[in-house]
Ligand binder design. Sequence first.
Ligand code: NAD
Length: 482
Amino acid sequence: MTHLARHYIAGQWRNDGGAQATSVNPADGTIVGHYVRGSTDLVIEAAAAARTAFFASPWAASPRLRAQAMFEIADRLEAAKDEIAALIVAENGKLRAEAMGETMAGVSEMRYYAGLARSVRGTMQEIAPGALSLFAREAAGVAGIIVPWNAPVTLLVRSLAPALAAGCTTVIKPAAQTPLVHARIMQCIADAPSLPPGVINSVNENGIEVGQAMVASPDIDVISFTGSSATGRKIMEGASKTLKRVGLELGGKAPAVIFADADLDKATKELTHGSLNMAGQICVAAARFLVHESVAQAFEEKITAAYRAVRVGPGADPASQMGSLIDMPNQARLLRIIEQAGDEGQMVLKGGPLGGPLNSGAFLTPTLFRIENLQSSLVQDELFGPIVSIETFADEAEAVAKANATVFGLAASVFTADVARAMRVSRAIRAGTVWINSHLRLFAEAETGGFGQSGMGRLHGVEGLADFLETKHVYFESGTIG
Ligand code: NAD
C-alpha cells in the first residue's frame, strides 16, 4: 500500500499539482503518510475527463454496466476492509469498531445502489387521445462530490453510489484530514475492471481551492456536499454563478426528548452511544438532552454514571470505548467551550484531556452541563464533540418547542412508553430523521437529510437518486386508430 495519496484522473494516478502535505494520527501525533495537494488546473482536467466519460463512454446509458462496476467496487472494498478500517483509525482517531462499521456500511450501500441502478424508471401519460408524454429520468451529468473527514467511507459512498447508479460521472474531493483512507478506496475503484476511465475522478484538497474550483466549474452539473452549514452556505453562493444544482447534507444539533414514562435505562444506553459515538463528531449525534422535569434528576444521575464509565483512549486499543477527536486544534476549541459551559450553565461532568502518556493525543473526556437559556450559543451552535447539554421541560408542547428551537433540523429522538405520544411528537419535530426509543440508526435504505439549515435534498434510499437525475418530457403524437 502506498503511503502517498495521489489524484486519480481519467483512469490514471497522478502526483502533480501542489506540494506534498502530511497526514497526522490525532491519537499520538505520528505521521500516517503524505498526500499530494490538488490545484484548480487538476479540477479542470478531472471535470473535463468526467464530461468526456459522460458523453463518450457507454456509462450513462448502460444500467447493467453500472451495476456490474459497482458490485466490483463493493467486492474490492470488502476485501480491503481491514486495511481501510486501520487507516480510518490512524487518520481519524475513531474506534476500530466504528471504522469497521462505517466501512461495511459503505460496502452494503454500494451494493444497494448497484441493484437500484437497474431500476431507474420514468413514467408515461396519455395527455390527450393519440398524444403521449414520456417522462424520462436521465442522469444529471457530472456530479462533484465533496466529503468531510468524520466518516470518510460512508459519506463518500452515500453520495457516490447514487450518483453512479443514476448514470452520472464524478469528480471527488476528499477531506484533507483523511487522504490515505480515500486513496485506499480509490485503489479499489481503480481495480474495478468494468469501470470506464473518467467515470470516477479524484483530486486532493489544497486548502479550500479544490472545493471552490469544483463549485465554479462549468463542466460540473451537480454538487453533492456533506459538511458544515457554514461551508454549505458558501457552496450555494458559489454554485449560483453557474446555476448548478446542489445537494447539501449539513450540520445538526439533535435533541433527544425524554418523557417521564420513558425507560430511563434504555434511554441512557441509547444516548450514551448516540452522543459519544465518534467522540460526538457526527452530524446526527444527540447534542441536547431534553428531559421532563419530574425525571430530570434521575436521568442526569444515570447518564452521568454512564459517561464517567466510558473509557476514552486510542481507537486502535480494543479496550477503548471512545476514540480521539480529529486534531489538537479541535481539542483546544472544545476546551474553550467547556469553560463557557461552566460560566453560562451548571457543570454536571467536566471533560478534559487524558493527561499522562496520552496527553499529546487529541483526547477529550465527555462533558455534561445544565442550561436553560435557549438563546445561548451552547444551545444554538453545533459543538461537534463529546459535550452535551441537559435541559428540562414541563409538558409536551414545551418539549416540542424546545426541540425545534435551533436553526437545525437533521435528527432527533423521542423516548416514551406511550406509542401515540411517540407518533405525535415525532411528527411535530422538524427534523429529517426521528428515532423512537433509540438514537443513531442509519441504513442505506432509509433517506437522511435536513430540515431548515441542516441542508437540502436527501441521500440514502430510493430518493437519494433524485439528487443526480433530471426529468425529461418527451412528447409524441401517435395519432388514434381509425
Ligand atoms: P467543513 O464544512 O469544514 O468541510 C467539509 C468539506 O468542504 C471539506 O472537504 C472541505 O475541504 C470542503 N470545503 C471547505 N470550504 C469549502 C469551500 N469554500 N468550497 C468548497 N469546499 C469547501 O466540514 P468538516 O469539518 O469537514 O465536517 C464536519 C461538518 O460536517 C459538521 O458540521 C457536520 O455536522 C457536518 N456533517 C454533516 C453530515 C450530514 O449528513 N448532514 C454528515 C457528516 C458531517
